[in-house]
Design a protein around this ligand. Structure first.
Ligand SMILES: C[S@@+](CC[C@H](N)C(=O)[O-])C[C@H]1O[C@@H](n2cnc3c(N)ncnc32)[C@H](O)[C@@H]1O
Length: 293
């Protein structure tokens, strides 16, 4: 992306989208994805809103569905559309965290440190589950995607050494989330050499393992969970080449865009909330300015 293209960094979903340079698309991913080109993206790297965990304050937001089945169905629909937009050798890296049932509480009080944790709604306990049950959302979504035609290739544990403390005394503190690697076809582009890691035992380079220890990285302007850059660097390196396009349909503060710019990849990011688009725009502009000045 050239500095001169920065004026067109943000477009509305009904405007023409550039197939040459990176762009942020303002809109609802459910409708915006349809307008994107088929067989175009090397990879989709994304973290959809988790079910019933955050209120992003916008009509049409995913994650606010009253039933878990509707949430899963919405994600399956979005990712089915994305599959047609990926090249045949393309991949999807999907980050999801789990939830506990609300115990039929109807709201959650604001939290000074994390205002987005306050909720004006809480989804009811799904049928078959009890208060205090861990829902198992990530695996339910992964199996639904597998059923829908995706190849489920790997589950990766994102271990967060600096996880949020929890005031619980009847279970361990949750310090991980899941990342699923899924592919469109049986064979796909995966540059394992580019992400080899050093073995602590032998010091020799080896294939990257499935537990990734990455600290969360608070982003001062955003009141929600942003991707740490170190979490997505290996995804970008393993699943794309320089100049390739990467898609993030839940762009938030634009971490995927920032890291793409650092690694000479192009991106399309879709985001429904205008104030988050402003954050992403500012962030990517300063990244690109740094690169070109
Ligand atoms: C977990 S956050 C993504 C954070 C992002 N990975 C980052 O690093 O900043 C999920 C995002 O999805 C957005 N979102 C929710 N429903 C959406 C929809 N239907 N279409 C597009 N974006 C949506 C929310 O506004 C929120 O910014």
């Amino acid at each position: 992306m050239e500095l001169t293209d920065l004026d067109n960094l943000v477009v509305a979903e009904n405007q023409e989208i550039s197939l040459e340079v990176s762009q942020i698309i303002k809109g609802d991913s459910r409708s915006a994805i349809e307008k994107l080109p088929d067989d175009f993206y090397s990879s989709c790297i994304t973290s959809p809103p988790y079910w019933g965990k955050r209120d992003y304050g916008v009509n049409g937001q995913i994650g606010a569905e009253n039933s878990l089945d509707n949430y899963i169905a919405d994600l399956v629909d979005v990712f089915r559309e994305i599959r047609s937009k990926l090249k045949d050798d393309g991949t999807l890296w999907l980050n999801l965290g789990d939830s506990y049932t609300s115990g039929n509480r109807k709201w959650r009080a604001p939290d000074k440190k994390n205002p987005a944790r306050s909720m004006s709604y809480r989804p009811p306990t799904p049928e078959g589950l009890k208060p205090k049950d861990l829902v198992g959302v990530p695996w339910k979504v992964a199996f639904a995607l597998q059923q829908d035609g995706w190849y489920l290739r790997s589950d990766i544990i994102w271990y967060k050494p600096n996880c949020q403390p929890e005031s619980v005394r009847d279970r361990p503190t949750m310090s991980h989330e899941y990342i699923f690697l899924l592919s469109k076809s049986e064979k796909y582009y995966y540059d394992y050499e580019s992400i080899k890691e050093a073995s602590k035992l032998t010091g020799k380079k080896r294939n990257k393992r499935t537990v990734w220890s990455v600290n969360t990285e608070p982003f001062p302007d955003a009141h929600f969970a942003t991707f740490p850059r170190n979490l997505i660097i290996p995804m970008i390196q393993a699943s794309s080449r320089e100049g390739d396009f990467i898609l993030d349909p839940f762009f938030g503060s634009g971490t995927v865009g920032e890291v793409c710019s650092l690694f000479n990849r192009e991106f399309h990011g879709i985001e429904i909330n205008e104030s988050y688009i402003e954050i992403a725009k500012k962030r990517i502009k300063s990244q690109l300015n740094g690169r070109f000045l």
